[in-house]
Structure formats: C-alpha cells, structure tokens
Design a protein around this ligand. Structure first.
Ligand SMILES: CC(C)(COP(=O)(O)OP(=O)(O)OC[C@H]1O[C@@H](n2cnc3c(N)ncnc32)[C@H](O)[C@@H]1OP(=O)(O)O)[C@@H](O)C(=O)NCCC(=O)NCCS
Length: 140
C-alpha cells in the first residue's frame, strides 16, 4: 500500500505548497517574490486546480494545472523524488484537463533538469526551446 495520500488542494494549502516550491533545487523560482501564497491560493481556486501529496500529514509534493491546458507547476520536495509522486500528481492534472475537454497539455521546464528526462520518459514531446527553457506538449 502507498505510504502517500493524495487529494485536491484547497486555498489553505497554499503556504505548505509554497514551502515545497521554495525547497526544490532545480527549476527554482528566479524571483522568490514573484509567486506569493495569496497568488497561489487564488490560482487554485480560480483558473486552475491543484493536487497535493502528503506523508504523515505533511505536504511533500503538489501539482497545479490551468484550464488552458498549462501544467503550471509540478514539484516534489527534495528527498521524496523517484517514488512515483510526480507521476501521480501529473496524472491528477491530466485527468482534470481531460474531464473539462482540453485537447492538449503544455508546460515549460529547464533544459538539462531531472524534469526534462521525466517528461520525455512520460511521452511528452519538445515543441520549442527558448534558451534554458523547453516547452513540452502532450495530446490528451
Ligand atoms: C520532476 C519531478 C516532478 C519528478 O517527480 P518524481 O516523483 O521524482 O518522479 P517519479 O518518481 O514519478 O518518476 C516517474 C518516472 O520518471 C522517470 N524519470 C524521472 N526522472 C527521469 C530522468 N531524468 N530521466 C529519465 N527518466 C526519469 C523515473 O525513472 C520513473 O520511471 P518509471 O515510472 O518507469 O519507474 C521531481 O523530480 C521534481 O519535483 N523535481 C524538482 C522540481 C522540478 O524541476 N519540477 C518540474 C518543474 S516544470
């Protein structure tokens, strides 16, 4: 049985979500004040939806998708990678997007990061490259 539990994120999760966002070592926020707790809470209750993974009651990963098809965020706390958490959180985004009739998902991520290999492994294809950033797409 999985040691993790998963559920849809609510606005009150925004501080713990931001703590994970600020803990990662790749695809770090270039401007730490650009994404705030308030903006994250507004995002997951407005144009987007989010999901969290928990272990012993603590949030250790999250994903957020926008109804446009954008995977806005997918982050697993360092030390918890490689256990299927990212796969499950991404599947939650994709399931929601499919359910609201979105035909294609897209995202951007840093070239040369673990995430690049993760998305390629999961069948996403690179559609553009802008310096250090790659755009990936996937039909739903
Ligand atoms: C990228 C990230 C979300 C992946 O989450 P994760 O929980 O570690 O991934 P999973 O354990 O679900 O891995 C799923 C599969 O991807 C594979 N994979 C992961 N990284 C890979 C890589 N660099 N190259 C090839 N395959 C890779 C795993 O082997 C696994 O394969 P399997 O299902 O066949 O066994 C996570 O590592 C992370 O948060 N990284 C830091 C932040 C970040 O860069 N986020 C993305 C921002 S766009």
């Amino acid at each position: 049985m999985s040691r993790f539990s998963y559920r849809q994120a609510v606005a009150a999760d925004a501080p713990a979500i931001m703590a994970v966002r600020l803990a990662v070592r790749e695809n770090v926020l270039s401007n730490r004040t650009a994404v705030t707790v308030a903006a994250t809470a507004a995002y997951i209750t407005g144009p987007g939806r989010g999901w969290v993974a928990e272990a012993d009651g603590a949030i250790i990963g999250f994903s957020i998708a926008n109804r446009s098809g954008l995977i806005w965020a997918l982050f697993v706390r360092p030390g918890w990678e490689g256990r299927g958490i990212g796969t499950r959180l991404l599947a939650d985004c994709i399931g929601w997007l499919r359910g609201i009739g979105v035909a294609e998902a897209f995202l951007d991520t840093g070239a040369g990061t673990r995430a690049e290999g993760f998305y390629r492994h999961a069948g996403w294809h690179e559609s553009a490259r802008d310096g250090e950033n790659l755009v990936f797409r996937r039909a739903l």
